[in-house]
Ligand binder design. Structure first.
Ligand code: IPM
Ligand code: MG
Length: 357
């Protein structure tokens, strides 16, 4: 099969990790007899430097014309002082909205080989954990009304959390469908003891739950969820939550796997086109040093094959190569911990994983 993939390398370590994942995709295509065509487009700080805008029109058009999008990361200190709507991060929100990617899947599992890197007590993770965070991605406070105004105490700023029933219904359906393919358990996270938007969220999730009697559905308040994730992560199968709660909790769930450098994500809408990216950022402190862990981006590429192209065997081959890399004791700088193992560079990791495909 032939697919067109838009590449948004972005900033910081973005270019290095995307290039690594492209190598892996090319090898996978060769091995299984497919053809992937790659077209790069500018995004984030790199786009600001070249065009003055974080998300050029051409990038949006290119992504809309592609079968799928692979993104590295955006942002860095160079652009930190720009006004909110001109920052590199604005491009990320813009492309998610332009492609109508309302679902963000963020799997977090403990690799057996990395159990010593897990910061939780061994008895807590004795049986491992494997959860799928389903984060709403194009609504809530990220996209609500915001501004500055004069208030009771002088200048003030506000952002608004707003969810329509429709937005909650469609993300809840994704969560239940996802759970059906896993352990049939959904935990919906909200702050319904305080927020009106959460009360609508909770009621709507329960309405949708009626169509999935085979799936267990429970609610959890977000503060409790933050605690439960480190207390007993194995209780979670599918987690469904709002844009901001999902942003925060997915970083937490990544850290308990050992390193945020391992976690991929898939952003999906109602078509097959998705955008795939590591959940970590642009790590400007190590950019250009050939040190970054490309595994989260490689696993994102695997998710692209699985979710956008229905190439399950091919995705399995990439996942198995990553497993073998870890099982054989190879480590990246973020994963060495106290092991005393010499970390591999980005290009060395890529070569090893290529060898295992
Ligand atoms: C993420 C990031 C982004 C988000 C930022 C960079 C806008 O933290 O993908 O989790 O908050 O969604
Ligand atoms: Mg985040």
């Amino acid at each position: 099969m032939e697919f067109n993939i838009a590449l948004l390398r972005g900033d910081g370590i973005g270019p290095e990790i995307v290039d690594s994942a492209v190598e892996i995709l090319k090898k996978t295509a060769d091995k299984f007899g497919h053809k992937f065509n790659f077209t790069p487009y500018l995004i984030g700080g790199a786009a600001i430097d070249a065009t003055g805008k974080p998300l050029p029109e051409e990038t949006v058009k290119g992504c809309l014309a592609s079968d799928s999008v692979l993104l590295g990361a955006v942002g860095g200190p160079k652009w930190d002082n720009l006004p909110g709507d001109q920052r590199p991060e604005k491009a990320l929100l813009g492309i998610r909205a332009a492609l109508e990617l309302f679902t963000n899947l963020r799997p977090a599992k403990l690799y057996k080989a990395l159990k010593d890197e897990c910061p939780l007590r061994p008895d807590i993770v004795a049986n491992g954990f494997d959860l799928m965070m389903v984060r709403e991605l194009t609504g809530g406070i990220y996209f609500g009304e915001r501004g500055r105004r004069e208030g009771k105490y002088g200048e003030e700023a506000y952002d608004t959390e707003c969810y329509s029933k429709m937005e909650i219904e469609r993300i809840a359906k994704v969560a239940f469908e996802t759970a059906r393919k896993r352990n049939k358990n959904v935990i919906s996270i909200d702050k319904a003891n305080v927020l009106e938007s959460s009360r609508l969220w909770r009621a709507t999730v329960h309405e949708i739950a009626k169509d999935y009697p085979d799936v267990t559905c429970t609610d959890m308040l977000v503060d409790n969820a933050a605690m439960q994730l480190v207390k007993n992560p194995a209780q979670f199968d599918v987690v469904v939550t709002s844009n901001m709660f999902g942003d925060i909790l997915s970083d937490e769930s990544s850290q308990i796997t050992g390193s945020i450098g391992m976690l991929p994500s898939a952003s999906l809408g109602s078509t097959k086109r998705g955008m795939y990216e590591p959940i970590h950022g642009s790590a400007p402190d190590i950019a250009g040093q050939n040190k970054a862990n490309p595994i989260a981006t490689i696993l994102s590429a695997s998710m692209m094959l699985r979710y956008s192209f229905d190439l399950d065997k091919e995705a399995d081959a990439i996942d198995a190569a990553v497993d073998r890399f870890l099982e054989e004791g190879y480590r990246t700088a973020d994963l060495v911990g106290n092991t005393g193992v010499k970390p591999l560079s980005t290009t060395e990791v890529t070569e090893k994983i290529l060898e295992f495909i």
